[in-house]
Design a protein around this ligand. Structure first.
Ligand SMILES: *Cc1c(COP(=O)(O)O)cnc(C)c1O
Length: 473
């Protein structure tokens, strides 16, 4: 398997070559040259595999420059009941005759991002050791991504993490999760400012190519290709758990932000998974719902981006969306370039043609929107009906998923976080506290480790310079 850019750079690269990369040199995203098709015989064979074995089969289709035995070791080290709470890794819970919940949030940081990120940590360590290199991961977080990255990279050889977060603006739980890590390769940098200030510093340092190379700076953001095949796995897994044979079709309901999770669903469908609808749910930040309704994609300004009670979906643009549109434009890289590089940069928006819009409609997407009131009502109803507490993001997906249910087609709603991360919203909805997993019971009382600095590039750069040669590894 080889990888190309969505914007026309036809240089074919291997999986290992793009593993540690962000954007392609032409500013596009990496995609495989084609999606491997899975036939009925293969589906039948995969149906009974345990999770890590299924993961190995799917990853092998996308990774052909790591020996299968090495990949097997990596996959089996990643998907354990120790790390994910059960041998199923992603258990399926049937709610009623039409809807099931796929539980993706039993990893170390209680959100679905762990499933891909834990694999990424092991893949990075393997690849860096193979090359004899080290990597300093620089990132900015408002909560979920940063903690998933830190828990994936903690204690890994050849890797240091420098994570910027807005001082005093994360939830108590999120801050405790990150700052309580004592691993010497993890550096929490609390910035005096808001999330955008953190992100601006990361962007400034990544643009400075000389510094980037000298300090061996890399990132682990949502556009990294390797996260996608890791997420494709649980769509196949969820399908097999929810159905009896491979004639049945299902729909997936996915609470979406940067379009990473649902992009993996699209890829699974392209590979031949019998999917009826991909139900895309947004919160008040409805860039994507707007697009699927109208064919216009309009990036929001920061003052138009709402702070909501499903904060991990508070996006102004959806960084993985270009991968889907590239496919839906029949892989026309010139057109993708024109829309994303030219029109979007110039005008902050673009429209697809009516003909393109009609073609996009054949890819199975339907969309809807969920507001704070919807979220509270869905959490409340789910608690009343099933004695089950769901988190606000999962509620967004479930709300829209239920609206789009078709007779005779089971909907699998994705649980993307545990309610323990968002106690305020849960209290507002059902007037009680969510349970915390016992492993995290004493989290608030652990010693915390972070450094504080003003929102200035120079301060962060100096900190990196003085710590990026630590022999801690
Ligand atoms: C990241 C995240 C999302 C959004 O996923 P995307 O891949 O960005 O679309 C939804 N829910 C939770 C809890 C998340 O952490």
């Amino acid at each position: 398997m080889r990888y190309i850019s969505t914007r026309g750079d036809q240089t074919e690269r291997t999986f290992s070559e793009i593993l540690l990369e962000g954007l392609a040199p032409d500013g596009g995203l990496y995609v495989p040259t084609h999606y491997p098709r899975v036939d009925g015989g293969t589906l039948a064979k995969w149906r009974t595999l345990p999770y890590p074995e299924l993961a190995l089969e799917i990853l092998c289709l996308y990774v052909d420059d790591i020996p299968r035995d090495d990949l097997r070791t990596i996959v089996y080290r990643t998907y354990t009941s120790d790390i994910f709470g059960s041998p199923e890794i992603a258990p399926l819970q049937r709610l009623d005759a039409s809807v099931s919940l796929l539980k993706l949030s039993n990893g170390p940081t209680l959100a679905f991002k762990d499933i891909a990120m834990q694999l990424l940590g092991n893949l990075f360590e393997y690849e860096l050791e193979r090359r004899g290199e080290v990597l300093n991961i620089l990132g900015a977080t408002s909560g979920d991504t940063g903690s998933a990255a830190e828990y994936a990279m903690r204690g890994k050889k050849g890797i240091r993490v420098f994570m910027l977060s807005p001082h005093g603006r994360m939830s108590v739980f999120q801050q405790a999760q990150m700052f309580s890590l004592q691993d010497r390769n993890i550096h929490n940098i609390a910035i005096e400012g808001v999330f955008d200030d953190c992100q601006d510093i990361v962007k400034a340092m990544s643009k400075d190519l000389e510094t980037k190379r000298r300090l061996r700076i890399g990132t682990v953001n949502s556009i990294n290709w390797a996260r996608l095949p890791a997420q494709v796995v649980y769509y196949f897994w969820g399908y097999f758990q929810a159905t009896h044979d491979n004639q049945e079709r299902v729909s997936f309901a996915v609470p979406s932000g940067n379009f990473g999770n649902i992009c993996a669903a699209h890829i699974a469908r392209m590979m031949g998974l019998p999917v009826e609808h991909l139900v895309l749910a947004t919160n008040e930040n409805d860039v994507l719902h707007d697009f699927f309704c109208s064919g216009e994609y309009r990036v929001r300004k920061s003052h138009e981006t709402f702070e909501t009670s499903s904060p991990s979906m508070d996006i102004s643009k959806a960084s993985n969306f270009e991968r889907f549109l590239f496919d839906a434009l029949d892989r026309d890289a010139m057109r993708t370039h024109l829309l994303f590089a030219d029109e979007l940069t110039k005008a902050g928006r673009f429209c697809v043609t009516p003909k393109e819009y009609a073609h996009i409609a054949t890819f199975g997407f339907v969309s809807g929107k969920s507001t704070h009131a919807d979220r509270l009502a869905t959490i409340h109803d789910t608690w009343m009906q099933y004695s089950l507490i769901i988190d606000p993001h999962t509620a967004d997906g479930l709300k829209v998923g239920r609206e789009k249910v078709l007779p005779g087609v089971r909907t699998i709603a994705l649980e993307t976080a545990l309610p323990a991360k968002f106690p305020d919203t849960i209290r507002e909805a059902i007037n009680r506290d969510p349970d915390r997993p016992t492993s995290l019971a004493g989290l608030d009382y652990l010693p915390m480790r972070s450094v504080f600095m003003p929102a200035r590039v120079d301060n962060v750069k100096n900190y990196l310079v003085s710590h990026c040669n630590d022999r801690a590894l």
